[in-house]
Write a protein that binds this ligand. Structure first.
Ligand SMILES: Nc1ncnc2c1ncn2[C@@H]1O[C@H](COP(=O)(O)OP(=O)(O)O)[C@@H](O)[C@H]1O
Ligand SMILES: [Mg+2]
Length: 292
């Protein structure tokens, strides 16, 4: 069960529920095999949202998902997060069912709206998942202090969300998603509501946080430069029904720090062009709902 703000409210214990731990130890973060999703539409009409999705996300890997509006990106995220179930194929998270991974709190979620609780301070928002899982006060304070530092909000713990800018609120949401040290982050257009400058700044911050925590990330965006800047691999989906059209290995993946210089580099542009060509069939076209 998941509350409005994307926080798991399931009380199951983290320790004794882990299935097949030995097997899970070397399993990838996400493995989708022939995954499909069909929704029942109005009057018996069916909507095929996803078809034959085969994708493996390694531990510690950053994968961006990009594709036209309505191609099934959010649907795929919801399947991984066990907020919905595939109609065909098999999906595992750290070698377990998506449901078991959710019960084990193997991932953190951050979506487009920061989804903070306005009546709780920044620190209390970050501590919410810990509080729901009955972590004691001293440990919560220690963890939230660490996380506030990580996302650069040390001086804002006692503020309320509406006293912060959009970018700062999104950083709080990311800190909250990291609260339980997940090995996987699921992010669905987390920077979609931010202005361009804040957005680029947040991309740099996220790259830094990922390098520090070593978490795998599945990141949905409709911005080609954002997808490329952050990812080790960019998965390009086709218009509905969403299928994987191409997987682009980002040329600089792993080898460089994600700094502002990178955005001006030839290697960055060549990956951007490659993704654009897969999306549109040519370097100049511009399909619905994708930013170049
Ligand atoms: N609960 C639902 N019931 C019926 N159709 C849905 C549901 N959720 C999504 N869809 C449809 O599935 C397709 C993919 O949606 P979505 O995953 O939200 O796309 P994206 O995130 O790529 O924009 C769309 O055509 C959408 O209308
Ligand atoms: Mg979506």
């Amino acid at each position: 069960m998941t509350g409005q703000d994307g926080i798991s409210t399931v009380q199951d214990s983290k320790t004794d529920q882990k299935t097949d731990a030995a097997h899970a130890a070397d399993a990838p973060a996400v493995a989708a095999v022939n995954v499909g999703k069909v929704f029942d539409g109005k009057r018996g009409a069916q909507v095929v949202a996803l078809e034959d999705i085969n994708l493996t996300v390694a531990r510690g890997e950053f994968v961006s998902l990009i594709g036209p509006s309505g191609c099934g990106k959010s649907t795929l995220m919801r399947l991984i997060a066990d907020l919905d179930q595939p109609t065909s194929g098999e999906l595992t998270v750290f070698g377990k069912s998506a449901q078991q991974a959710r019960l084990d709190q193997d991932y953190g979620i951050a979506f487009q709206q920061a989804g903070l609780l306005p009546w709780r301070t920044v620190r209390q928002n970050i501590e919410l998942p810990l509080q729901l899982h009955k972590v004691g006060k001293a440990e919560r304070t220690e963890r939230s202090t660490e996380l506030l530092k990580l996302v650069g909000l040390t001086d804002f713990g006692d503020n309320f969300p509406d006293q912060l800018s959009g970018g700062m609120q999104q950083r709080v949401a990311i800190a909250r998603a990291l609260a339980e040290s997940p090995n996987l982050l699921l992010m669905d257009e987390p920077f979609g509501a931010l202005d361009e400058m804040t957005r680029e700044h947040m991309q740099g911050e996220l790259a830094h946080i990922c390098a520090e925590t070593g978490a795998a990330v599945v990141f949905v965006t409709h911005s080609i430069p954002e997808a490329v800047f952050l990812a080790d691999r960019v998965v390009v989906l086709s218009p509905r029904p969403g299928r994987i059209r191409a997987i682009v290995d980002v040329k600089f993946s792993g080898s460089v720090e994600r700094t502002e210089h990178l955005r001006e580099s030839d290697v960055f542009f060549s990956s951007v062009s490659e993704v654009r060509e897969h999306l549109h069939g040519s370097a100049d076209a511009n399909p619905l709902g994708v930013d170049n």
